[in-house]
Design a protein around this ligand. Structure first.
Ligand code: ARG
Length: 460
């Protein structure tokens, strides 16, 4: 099959070379962006007098037909066309003749692919961002309904201090909010059109790069043509953002998995978002959370893969860069698949309030508050800490809790204790006293919810 670049070649390429060389099986995803870029390019060429208005019109009609055929599944892809850029251009020429051959004036596939990829990722960022915003909104709703759902919070996986399920949810909302702003920042840096960089040193034609950039919705144009065609930072930055986002989802997934175990039983997942075992009839497994945790590896892999592709590439374009697409597509698609299911799993999950509270009532998680009680009575914190340490060891030896020790037992260790100690160490007091900004007291969490909702509202 004759190649578009076949001019200086006598023989055909080996079939295995064609297969290795072809990116068409995966860069087909870029068809919309490729057509949009070509339309803007052809319009600009005509406006600048580089091609005729008639040719530009014929190109526009031809491209519209090709776009419609691709969307209808009626476009015939030929592997010999190598990539989506050549597939569309070759078909255009088959359809409209010589005008089609003028489309590639003042353009190279190198700036064309860089343009298409940026356009594609800008749109995908918007979609991922919307899905993260949905997740944040769900977390705020869950928090709203669980302001007084007391649970233990952990350090070293040891019960540490009491908090609420609402406070916990808002911790994840804070993380996701950073994910949203990271994606937005990435989009701002990505928002420059590389078209006009040509193969690598621009072009001698009097093109209007700004016009094309404006028409395609970019904030401006890239500043150096060598960089314009060889930069993949925008893809790497997006992959880094997605890797961090997946790391957050994976941590959350890990907690959901633990909470579903009989050892915790803090939540019950909806049947719609759980699976059973083929052999163990009693099983209800948190597969969705496990898959999200597992798929995090794919997204990290994509980031590492692309960093490695880029690490020793001299300027400017090198064919290695064709390896950018599959990894980025896979990462983006994986995140887009995970987010809505994860959100739905959380939205339909039932917090088991009694179990959480019972877990919070054991393990001396009010020991800090007991020490703080003594501090309020005038003891230095270190002395109070020692007294409470002794009380805890007494509890362990006598199988009691701080709540069930008698006042005599308290006073045997410090006469600063009074009967008001019991109210001071109740779980509800422990939580409500932590009204510091960022803390678990219901007013503090309400403020966090309001802040997150304002963040969401500003993005509607
Ligand atoms: N399919 C190529 C890619 O994805 C397009 C650019 C090819 N340019 C070239 N000079 N071979 O990177």
């Amino acid at each position: 099959m004759a190649k578009l670049w076949g001019g200086r070649f006598d023989g055909d390429t080996d079939a295995l070379v064609d297969e290795l060389n072809a990116s068409l099986p995966f860069d087909r995803k870029l068809y919309r962006e490729d057509v949009a870029g070509s339309l803007a390019h052809a319009g600009m060429l005509a406006a600048q007098g580089i091609i005729t208005r008639e040719d530009a019109d014929a190109i526009a009609v031809g491209l519209a037909g090709i776009l419609a055929d691709i969307e209808a599944g009626a476009f015939e892809y030929r592997q010999s066309d190598e990539d989506i850029h050549m597939a569309i251009e070759a078909e255009l020429t088959r359809r409209i003749g010589d005008a089609g051959k003028r489309l590639h004036t003042a353009r190279s596939r190198n700036d064309q692919v860089a343009l298409d990829f940026r356009l594609y990722l800008k749109r995908e960022i918007g979609e991922v961002r919307g899905l993260v915003l949905d997740l944040i909104a769900t977390l705020a709703d869950i928090a709203d309904a669980n302001l007084d759902t007391i649970m233990p919070a952990y350090t070293h996986m040891q019960r540490a201090q009491p908090t609420t399920f609402a406070h916990y949810m808002m911790a994840y909302a804070s993380m996701m909010r950073r994910d949203v702003t990271r994606l937005e920042d990435c989009r701002v840096r990505m928002d420059y059109s590389p078209l006009g960089s040509g193969a690598l040193t621009g072009t001698t034609y009097p093109i209007d790069r700004e016009r094309v950039a404006r028409e395609l919705g970019f904030a401006g144009v890239t500043e150096n043509s060598l960089d314009g065609v060889s930069d993949r930072d925008y893809a790497l930055e997006l992959m880094s953002d997605l890797a961090i986002l997946m790391m957050h989802l994976s941590r959350f997934a890990e907690e959901v998995i633990l909470w579903c175990s009989w050892e915790f039983k803090f939540v019950e997942l909806s049947d719609r978002y759980s699976t059973g075992s083929s052999i163990m009839p009693q099983k209800k497994n948190p597969d969705i959370a496990e898959l999200v945790r597992g798929k995090t590896g794919r997204v990290y892999g994509g980031l590492m893969g692309l960093l490695t592709v880029m690490k020793a590439l001299p300027l400017a374009y090198n064919k290695d860069m064709q390896e950018d697409k599959e990894q980025v597509f896979d990462a983006v698609d994986t995140v887009k698949k995970c987010l809505p299911v994860f959100t739905a799993m959380l939205a339909t999950m039932t917090p088991l309030r009694e179990n959480m509270r019972n877990a919070a009532a054991r393990g001396f998680i009010n020991a800090t508050d007991c020490a703080d009680y003594l501090v309020k009575k005038g003891l230095p914190f270190r002395d109070a800490y020692t007294v409470v340490g002794k009380l805890v060891s007494l509890c362990i030896a006598t199988d009691k809790t701080l709540e069930t020790l008698s006042l005599e037992e308290y006073r045997a260790l410090s006469d600063a204790f009074d009967s008001d100690v019991y109210a001071a160490i109740s779980l509800d007091t422990c939580v409500e006293q932590r009204s510091v900004t960022g803390g678990p007291a219901s007013d503090a969490v309400k403020a966090q919810i309001a802040s997150v909702r304002a963040f969401l509202g500003a993005r509607e």
